[in-house]
Ligand binder design. Structure first.
Ligand code: HEC
Ligand code: HEC
Length: 406
């Protein structure tokens, strides 16, 4: 990278002088650039580019189609789809709240057991829901319509609404090439596919981290040095000693897989949330999965993962690694909303109780025993994943992280 910068400007003996000038200039005008090794840079590079190139979903033939996106948006905000006409998707996935609700656990017609996740960047996932009970975004979008505690409708009622609402019926015809027919389940699945097409368009904006990552990869050290130093130190922990990148990997900061990180999974009053274990059982038992009749991908390539799934003991209490873009805007955290702030999350990883992890659990996780400055750095890094234009920080900025535990 150093050579790359130098070669573009001069050659031979003056390299050293030019480099010194570039660095001095960076220091004077912006901030300090910490030293990142080649392997650091490789890891940082793997967290982009952003926005990513998102091909249509092969299991959904209307994925990416403008008519489907328009219909999906209309359905998303339509209370007519709920059992008593009082609720729509945006009641819980509130656009102005980064598509979540700010509550610990979702609340529909009654209380739910899990936190409402954001709907950003879902095209980058392959399993949906905290427990991965669905293998497509369209099937996941059907669940809340039928769930008694959420929108509490029925297959027949959703189909009837689409048939009887003249505007919905005509948008449906434009999207799927025919009016909603007599088969209720087919109409319901198509509602799910239109909802998915809309949600796929919800992608978080570029963040200060992305500008840094691109500059570092391109060898533009002057621009890279504009990234706050605390965030650079936090990033160093994230990809290094903290090993967060083992699970929060790739451009969405999620490996899309399931882990247990020592968050309790008892549910108030009613037993346990078995997480991925129950998710696999539910996924295998529904017709609305990639092995079923509604997968539009004739090659069935993506279905292979689902075919080979079996629930195993270790899946108990595992949840899907959440993405971290815009994470500062989506408190509270974890599948049950049990951690209020990013400091609480960092404290959790810092003081992790290994005995609470499964016997055959995550060997990757070790208590990090961070000092207060390191915790603040990690939070500064997580804050730098906020899309530009979303406001620098939420109204209640988290307080500086607590006392050192060393
Ligand atoms: C009552 C609140 C509520 C309503 C209404 C609601 N959701 Fe959700 N949504 C949740 C909760 C809670 C979860 C987490 C569920 C889980 O993992 O078990 C969730 C999960 C999701 C996911 C999975 C996201 C991911 O990261 O995998 C999608 C997609 C989704 N909802 C879309 C919708 C759509 C589309 C609608 C309307 C048809 C809708 N939701 C209505 C609360 C709600
Ligand atoms: C072994 C895989 C793994 C590692 C390593 C890991 N995480 Fe996580 N992370 C997860 C999983 C899984 C969850 C969700 C757990 C749950 O809800 O029960 C999570 C949740 C989070 C959340 C909450 C996000 C939300 O929307 O609720 C944040 C923030 C976070 N991790 C940051 C970090 C940081 C910082 C590190 C490094 C210090 C780290 N993670 C290391 C797997 C991991």
């Amino acid at each position: 990278m150093w050579q790359g910068v130098a070669r573009g400007i001069v050659s031979g003996a003056s390299i050293v002088i030019v480099l010194a000038w570039v660095c001095a200039d960076a220091l004077a005008q912006t901030g300090q650039l910490l030293s990142f090794s080649q392997s650091d840079i490789r890891r940082i590079r793997s967290l982009g580019p952003w926005p990513p190139n998102l091909p249509p979903d092969p299991s959904n033939r209307v994925s990416g189609k403008p008519a489907a996106i328009e219909l999906g948006e209309r359905l998303f905000f339509s209370a007519a789809l709920s059992g008593n006409g009082s609720m729509h998707c945006a009641s819980c996935h509130v656009p102005a709240r980064t598509w979540t609700d700010g509550r610990a656990r979702g609340s529909g017609l009654s209380e739910l057991d899990r936190n409402t996740p954001t709907l950003e960047n879902l095209r980058l996932q392959r399993w949906y829901g905290w427990d991965g009970a669905n293998d497509t975004l369209w099937a996941q979008s059907i669940r809340p319509l039928l769930d008694q505690r959420e929108m509490h409708s029925s297959v027949a009622a959703v189909a009837r609404t689409v048939r009887q609402d003249a505007q919905l019926a005509s948008m449906y015809a434009k999207t799927f090439g025919r009016l909603p027919g007599a088969g209720d389940e087919r109409v319901l699945v198509n509602v799910g596919k239109a909802l998915a097409a809309f949600q796929e368009t919800i992608v978080s904006a570029r963040s200060p981290f992305d500008a840094f990552r691109d500059a570092l990869v391109a060898g533009d050290l002057v621009s890279a040095a504009r990234y706050p130093e605390a965030a650079q130190r936090g990033l160093t922990l994230f990809i290094g000693r903290g090993n967060c990148i083992a699970c929060h990997a790739g451009p969405a900061f999620s490996n899309g897989e399931f882990h247990e990180i020592g968050i309790g999974y008892f549910i108030t009053g009613s037993g346990v949330d078995s997480g991925r274990h129950g998710g696999i059982a539910r996924l295998r038992s529904t017709r609305l999965n990639l092995l079923g009749p509604y997968n539009d991908d004739r090659s069935r390539k993506a279905a292979i993962g689902t075919r080979h799934l079996r629930e195993q003991q270790r899946n108990f209490g595992e949840f899907r690694t959440p993405g971290l873009r815009n994470v500062v805007l989506t408190a509270p955290y974890m599948h049950n909303g049990s951690l209020a702030t990013l400091c609480d999350v960092v404290n959790h990883y810092s003081e992790l109780n290994e005995e609470r992890l499964h016997a055959d659990g995550e060997r990757i996780l070790k208590p990090l025993r961070l000092i207060a400055d390191e915790k603040n750095d990690l939070v500064a890094f997580l804050e730098s994943l906020t899309g530009v234009g979303r406001g620098a920080a939420p109204a209640e900025r988290p307080a500086a992280c607590g006392a050192t535990v060393r």
